[in-house]
Design a protein around this ligand. Structure first.
Ligand SMILES: [Zn+2]
Ligand SMILES: [Zn+2]
Length: 352
């Protein structure tokens, strides 16, 4: 089967590999859709922290935002999974430590992460092997495009929950990328007034026109409003400090963005204004909820997808390019079953 691999910083190829075989407790998924995310771009560039912490080594097969159909099962797996459409958890805990046994397997020290950590082959291939315990069935109402948005949707949902807002309250989302815009959609669906803060005019226009936020601003024209919650989904190292100053006293600052350099935050900004800061690492505890929001049509993530491309296009996408035909949304999807490469990849990526 065909698989995309990163062989070094800035180096990649699509190669033929042996198809995976389902071991005990595992299933084989025929991949229908994979989202390419900022973390994959860091892996490709060689800047991702796992590469420097001995938790990831080239060659890497990325891909952790996926959906597909179970085509084979190993010993001990419920046969009901065969033929079922599914997505799954990226985080695969050891299943034995205190965190795993108390519902926090997503932060297990010994965890694998699909396509990211400890050599677990990801979804940028025609097939992938996954432990059955990581699977989540997709209802018919969630199509393939939405199915591959469940993982970022789970992250966004956890960020919205962490902001702890009531209906009618006002949320500021910093960083109108995929996670930020999904958080904006989810918060709006629960009755919040949502604004976004970004940098590029194109991303702000998209947030206003397509996602329908109440306001889309830059730091130069942000109005002086009371922000009942702030979610920082940006990669700007100066953003957490700004966000801590913006959120109303006694409320919550949610940090889900990652910068390449340390973002220093003066704890007095939290203590003196009684602000609670919450970090969110993964979508795991939010995946079921994200599927529910997509299935009920409370949130439609599909407008965020700019294009669906082939495995042969992944290298270009990871280098920051996108085809001229791509829409304005922040997310690029790959369908490993497509063969013809997408013509001319020229236009520079503009969304943050
Ligand atoms: Zn991702
Ligand atoms: Zn564990």
């Amino acid at each position: 089967m065909r698989a995309f691999v990163l062989t070094g910083p800035g180096e990649s190829s699509v190669i033929d590999v042996e198809p995976p075989v389902a071991g005990p407790g595992e299933v084989i998924v025929d991949i229908a859709r994979v989202g390419v995310c900022g973390t994959d771009m860091e892996l490709a560039a060689g800047t991702m922290s796992y590469l420097h912490d001995d938790l990831a080594h080239y060659p890497v097969r990325p891909g952790h935002e996926w959906c597909g159909t179970v085509s084979a099962i190993g010993d001990g797996v419920d046969p009901a999974w065969l033929g079922r459409r599914t997505t799954g958890d990226t985080q695969i805990g050891c299943g034995r430590c205190h965190r795993c046994l108390t519902g926090r397997q997503h932060v297990c020290d010994d965890r694998h992460e699909i396509g990211l950590r400890r050599g677990f082959d990801g979804a940028l291939a025609e097939q992938m092997s996954v432990p059955a315990r990581a699977l989540l069935a997709l209802p018919d109402e969630v199509d393939d495009m939405s199915g591959a948005m469940v993982e970022p949707g789970g992250n966004a949902l956890r960020a919205v929950r962490a902001a702890s807002l009531d209906e009618g309250e006002r949320l500021l989302v910093i960083g109108p990328g995929t996670i930020g815009l999904l958080a904006a959609q989810l918060a709006a669906a629960q009755g919040c007034e949502v604004h976004v803060l970004g940098v590029t005019p194109a991303s702000l226009e998209f947030a206003g026109a397509t996602v329908g936020v109440a306001g889309a601003w830059t730091q130069h024209d942000l109005p002086d409003l009371r922000w009942d919650g702030v979610i920082d989904a940006s990669n700007d190292p100066t953003s957490p400090t700004r966000a801590a100053g913006l959120v109303d006293a006694g409320r919550r600052l949610v940090l889900i963005g990652l910068s390449e350099t340390p973002s220093l935050l003066d704890s007095r900004a939290l203590v003196m204004r009684d602000v609670t800061a919450v970090g969110v690492l993964s979508g795991s505890p939010g995946l079921v909820g994200a599927i529910g929001h997509f299935a009920s049509a409370a949130v439609d993530p599909r407008p965020l997808v700019a294009a669906t491309l082939t495995l042969d296009d992944v290298g270009d996408v990871l280098a920051g390019n996108r085809p001229a035909s791509a829409g304005p949304g922040p997310k690029i999807h790959i369908d490993p079953r497509l063969r013809a490469p997408t013509p001319v990849t020229t236009q520079e990526r503009t969304s943050p």
